[in-house]
Design a protein around this ligand. Structure first.
Ligand code: TXA
Ligand code: MG
Length: 356
């Protein structure tokens, strides 16, 4: 199989993917190639997780540092015994409850998984995506598949096939286009190798839902700088999901944020900058009379909708060539924790506190 040069794109019905196309893509995975596919969270860039050379191709295609470990995707819980060892009963309980779905479990790495998948660590992250296309693909290939989000390193994750092609055309053999990702935010990562399980990345399965099964579970997001010593959980860099534009994140009461964001928009516009705003539907009219480019995320209270649209909003404003993007923070509760985390990283950790 010729790796890359020309990226083939196949449109698939996400409910009943064409078996011949799935078989072709599965053959490419088995031969060590790269296949990008939709999941319910974001698009993934997949390779055979048991083939170290194929996994290396993921790192080069993304421009991803070797210190950032990759999640292994399964189509059957029985594969857990192949990719992990000493799997605790809690992992099976969680799998029964949340798989297929946006929950990634960190376990002890099994011998079938080469070290580069996990950036040399003794652990491995695994999940079963809730989407017919990767489930059919993995089953046809009969492989565990290593797949990070299908974007260039540190860029916003890809939630459509067009985003994948913008970042990776010529660096992936096949893109399976199954339409836009429904959740739009990456999976929740739960580390089960600690004495008390820890959420390393908030995502589609909320902390509140996990607490029903694991009362003591804690959210331990790390917002590391690239040069921080002793990176315990690699891949938790603060600067991540970054648009090309500068991102300004505003927090405070709704009224204070409104005043503060409008002032910032006016200031940047009069300085000659192109200004973009990611706005809840209710807040969009605040900027209608200005020259700012507004991308509406959805109703303020509709966190699932805001999550779905967040990365495509960042990419769309970038595409329109804005210099700066203004966005209001959300309360970090429920799905809001995942949205807040992505916004904070896109803002490189800076929050503008607005006082009324
Ligand atoms: O929803 C998702 O999780 C998507 C889709 C494609 O499944 N994948 C995804 O992968 O977001 P990626 O590579 O963008 O993020 C994976 C992150 C790493 O950056 C790291 O923080 C964490 O998962 N991770 C992976 N393996 C780990 C391990 N063994 N221990 C701790 N963290 C790990
Ligand atoms: Mg990613």
């Amino acid at each position: 199989m010729a790796y890359f040069a020309d990226t083939k794109v196949f449109q698939l019905n996400p409910q009943s993917p064409d078996a011949q196309i799935i078989a072709r893509a599965a053959a490419i995975l088995r031969e060590g190639g790269l296949v990008a596919f939709p999941t319910e969270t974001v698009y993934g860039l997949g390779a055979n997780a048991t083939d170290a050379a194929a996994v290396d191709r993921i790192f080069s295609a993304k421009g991803r540092p070797a210190s950032d470990p990759i999640i292994v995707h399964l189509y059957d819980v029985a594969q857990l015994e192949q990719v992990a060892r000493d799997v605790p009963p809690l992992a099976y309980d969680l799998a029964r409850r949340f798989w297929p779905g946006p929950l990634t479990l960190v376990l002890q790495r099994g011998a079938a998984i080469p070290p580069n998948v996990s950036a040399g660590m003794a652990t491995v992250a695994v999940r079963m995506p809730n989407h017919p296309i990767p489930l059919a693909l993995l089953r046809a290939a009969d492989l565990p598949v290593a797949a990070p989000s299908a974007n260039r390193f540190a860029r916003p994750s890809a939630t459509t096939a067009a985003h994948v092609l913008d970042d990776l055309r010529g660096h992936v053999d096949v893109v399976l286009d199954g339409g836009a990702a429904v959740i739009g935010l990456e999976s929740t990562i739960l580390d089960l190798t600690k004495e008390m399980p820890e959420v390393l990345r908030p995502g589609g399965i909320t902390l509140e839902r996990l607490r029903a099964l694991i009362p003591g579970v804690r959210l331990v997001t790390r917002h590391l700088q690239p040069d921080d010593a002793g990176i315990e959980a690699p891949g938790m860099l603060l600067k991540h999901y970054s648009p090309h534009a500068e991102l300004l994140l505003f927090a405070g009461s709704a009224e204070a944020v409104r005043v503060c964001m409008q002032a910032a928009a006016r200031e940047r516009l009069s300085a000659g900058q192109r200004v973009g705003v990611l706005a809840a539907d209710e807040d969009a009219p605040d900027f209608a009379a200005t020259a700012a480019v507004v991308f509406q995320l959805g109703a303020r209270a509709d966190l699932p909708q805001i999550g779905t649209n967040l990365f495509s909003g960042l990419r769309e404003l970038d595409r329109q060539g804005v210099d700066v993007i203004l966005v209001s923070a959300v309360e970090p509760v429920g799905l809001g924790a995942a949205i807040y985390d992505r916004l904070l990283r896109a803002a490189e950790g800076r929050v503008i506190e607005c006082k009324s």
